[in-house]
Design a protein around this ligand. Structure first.
Ligand SMILES: [Zn+2]
Length: 60
């Protein structure tokens, strides 16, 4: 399960409304609105810390 970086919703990659590759990562979106928001300001979403209180784990 992926996380929509805009609204932080869990998104099933198979059912994602949109996906974007940015800075070597693939992001999935619950809706086209979130996709557009990300496209407008990718750094705001991709560069931010998604969750406070947990360290980054890069697992596939
Ligand atoms: Zn969303």
């Amino acid at each position: 399960m992926a996380t929509d970086p805009v609204c932080k919703m869990k998104v099933d990659p198979a059912k994602a409304a949109a996906k974007v590759e940015y800075a070597g990562q693939t992001y999935y979106f619950c809706s086209d609105a979130c996709h557009k928001a990300f496209s407008a300001e990718p750094r705001q979403y991709a560069g931010g810390v998604p969750d406070s209180g947990s360290h980054h784990h890069d697992h596939k």
